[in-house]
Write a protein that binds this ligand. Structure first.
Ligand code: NDP
Length: 487
């Protein structure tokens, strides 16, 4: 791997300080747009996890856990302000590390800031209740922190998903150990510095970089970790659940998806196509909510495919630092080859490749892990390309005749994260949105994630919810106290 001249060295973040790993080992982080190393990062292991968890446990008992909630909210507001101030630096870091277009990274820095702001405001609006239980006293519930939380995040939206977890965890008074994905650890380390600068006490946030099979597993089985919030693959989520079971940790899982995009023949087709192209190809398709199965009514199937393919051909794929670029590279050559393999599999299974799927082998794009967005038509639900999460820019198009058939197709995968439906018939929109088994659904749009609203999956797409006030519930314990009046 070509190493750039003065490669920045990044350490773990434990108790408010940068620390090398106990083993002294490091690993390289690469820019997927050109394959060059951009940083050398400390490789943590069990000993480092131990130090981070102990630091978090001390902060939970001490400065953060015991802080007046109003002060806690002020620190979170200040983190939001500092994230905004560092927007450009964070966006550049994220783009160099993930390959996503710079405009997308800027948006994600804004989402991170908004998320800290939302939960700063939530601190004062989240409280227990009084309950009419018995006539000889008073029954009240208290909301208390869970304790040390392990937050394990993936590489597709590293800064944004870290903020989704950090902000509510800290708002509830918990302390955390954050484990970023090994492909993309840089923005998490920068966020830790920003939080310290904003006044977050030492130990309230610790970051341990290193392999999931070592760092993630040590966190998932550590007895002092009381909650795990994980985003990633379904099979990793299953493994974490098993490890966490021995010490009965609270576990929230945001896992894979194969989201349906149901298009009825009365839909606003222009709007639908414009939005749908980005709903599956943005972030190079590396999106758990990617609407990767277009389920299209017979009468408009050909028109949909024709318009979708034409719009796909116009997408600007290239250097993520170029402001005109809409789609960047995939996270790694390995992931790109994995996706190219699925395009090939689709053809073997009998689908038609209407556009894309090729890997540039010459010119500037050949240096990065690029693949051209692909559309597979004439798909059937039994195909592996339709059932399995490809996690890349590949759309599978299926055909239906009746509303019942559309619902059956939409529900015919093990996943249930998100989905869209396009129709101008309000009654149908209501019926279908009730029948589709997903945690989030959007009608006549592709946007289904709002900071203020719960986000998460049905079936094998997860357990629990992120965002909104629901996240506050899942980062806190309820204590019920009965005060007898006879004393
Ligand atoms: P992985 O499950 O491979 O990794 C996610 C995180 O878990 C990384 O930090 C990884 O570390 C860590 N990890 C890996 N193995 C273990 C283990 N045995 N124990 C504990 N931690 C472990 O997912 P990807 O990074 O490949 O992310 C893509 C997946 O994430 C897709 O399936 C996608 O659908 C899903 N996702 C779901 C979202 C949702 O909200 N539902 C949102 C975004 C993505 P390391 O990097 O070091 O391997």
């Amino acid at each position: 791997m070509p190493i750039t001249a003065a490669l920045p060295q990044e350490n773990l973040w434990i108790e408010g300080r940068r620390s090398p790993s106990a083993s002294g080992k490091t690993f390289f982080v690469v820019n997927p747009a050109d394959g060059k190393a951009i940083a050398q990062v400390a490789e943590g292991a069990a000993q480092d996890v131990e130090a981070a968890v102990q630091a978090a446990a001390r902060a939970a008992q001490g400065p953060w856990g015991s802080m007046n909630p109003r002060q806690r909210a002020r620190v979170l507001f200040e983190i939001a302000r500092c994230v905004r101030e560092a927007r450009e630096e964070l966006a550049l870091l994220e783009t160099r590390n993930t390959g996503k277009p710079l405009a997308d990274s800027r948006d994600e820095a804004d989402v991170a800031a908004n998320c800290f702001e939302y939960y700063a405001g939530a601190v004062s609006k989240f409280f227990g209740e009084t309950i009419p239980a018995g006539s000889n006293g008073l029954d009240v519930t208290l909301r208390e922190p869970v304790g040390v939380c392990a937050l394990i995040v993936p590489w597709n939206f590293p800064m944004m998903i870290a903020a989704w977890k950090l902000a509510p965890a800290l708002a509830c008074g918990n302390t955390v150990v954050l484990k970023p994905a090994s492909y993309t650890p840089l923005s998490a380390l920068k966020l830790a510095e920003i939080c310290a600068q904003a006044g977050l006490p030492e130990g309230a946030l610790n970051v341990i970089t290193g392999p999931g099979a070592v760092v993630g597993e040590a966190l998932s089985s550590h007895p002092l970790v009381r909650k795990i919030s994980f985003t990633g693959e379904t099979k990793t989520g299953a493994r974490i659940s098993k490890l966490a079971a021995d010490t009965i940790k609270r576990v929230s899982l945001e896992l894979g998806g194969k989201s349906p995009n149901i298009v009825f023949d009365d839909a606003n087709l222009d709007l639908c196509v414009e939005k749908s192209v980005f709903s599956v190809f943005s972030n190079a398709g590396q999106d758990c909510c990617a609407r990767s199965r277009a389920i299209v009514q017979d009468k408009i199937y050909d028109r949909f495919v024709e318009a979708f393919v034409a719009r796909t051909r116009k997408l600007v794929i290239g250097d993520p630092m170029d402001p005109k670029t809409q789609i960047g590279p995939m996270i790694s050559a390995k992931q790109r080859d994995h996706v190219a393999g699925y395009v090939e599999l689709g053809r073997e299974e009998g689908a038609d490749l209407a556009v894309g799927g090729d890997v540039p082998r010459s010119g500037a794009l050949a240096k990065g892990s690029f693949i051209m967005p692909a559309v597979l038509t004439q798909c059937r639900s039994s195909m592996r390309v339709v059932q399995e999460e490809i996690f890349g820019p590949v759309l599978c198009v299926l055909r239906f005749k009746t509303e019942d058939e559309a619902i059956a197709l939409a529900n015919d995968t093990p996943y249930g994260l998100s989905g869209s439906l396009w129709t101008r018939d309000l009654g149908r929109a209501l019926r279908v949105s009730r029948a589709v088994q997903t945690g989030v659904l959007s009608v006549n749009t592709s946007t289904s994630v709002y900071l203020e609203a719960p986000f998460g999956g049905y079936k094998t797409s997860g357990v629990g919810r992120e965002l909104g006030m629901k996240a506050m519930e899942l980062y806190s314990e309820i204590k019920n106290v009965f005060f007898s009046q006879e004393c």
